[in-house]
Design a protein. Structure first.
Length: 192
């Protein structure tokens, strides 16, 4: 009799946990675009040297994707992948002289400190590695110029001081922070 009771209690607990798990949305994926990322700031400094030589630069990004798994209602862990870049063009010849590409991968943690049904506020921290690729135009790679393609690896981060999201399963979000996602970043997330 006691054995049957324990089996019934265990079965009821598993059923309740299963129903609870179906109601919770533990996973979320997102896509974003930001402005004034750390790599864009690095591009500005390298572009200043090009500008002195008569070049114009254009940069884009950061654009990226993210994934989070909610281990509790407050804490989510996951990762962020970000791409940004820069191109320099000779103002006179209109020829592209070099192209910089920044690809960053960062493990991430998010703290949901205000949670309501259709909106919330959070902060976050990400830290990882950035891969920089600098490719120069073949015309610049003459022996007398000592110009070469470069590939560098560096530490990169994102500190999100304030994030706000709104919506149901599909949510819009904006973030204020510092690092590779940018000082201002916005996008969409899907929770499931």
């Amino acid at each position: 009799m006691m054995k049957k009771l324990l089996v019934m209690v265990a079965a009821a607990m598993m059923a309740a946990a299963s129903v609870n798990a179906q109601d919770e949305q533990r996973h979320e994926v997102g896509a974003f675009y930001g402005i004034e990322s750390a790599s864009n700031i690095l591009s500005v400094y390298s572009s200043m040297f090009s500008a002195a030589a008569g070049d114009q630069s254009s940069w884009w990004g950061p654009a990226g994707v993210e994934y989070y798994y909610h281990i509790s209602p407050v804490v989510a862990v996951g990762g962020v992948a970000v791409f940004a870049g820069c191109e320099a063009e000779n103002e006179k010849t209109k020829q592209k002289e070099f192209k910089e590409s920044f690809f960053t991968i960062m493990p991430s943690v998010k703290f949901n400190w205000l949670r309501k049904k259709n909106w919330g506020m959070y902060s976050g921290l990400s830290a990882g590695v950035m891969f920089l690729s600098l490719k120069a135009n073949d015309d610049l790679k003459e022996p007398k110029t000592n110009v070469e393609d470069e590939h560098l690896t560096s530490f990169m981060f994102q500190a999100t001081a304030l994030g706000a999201e709104f919506g149901g399963k599909l949510r819009g979000f904006v973030e204020l922070g510092l690092g590779e996602k940018g000082t201002l970043c916005g996008g969409l997330r899907y929770k499931f």
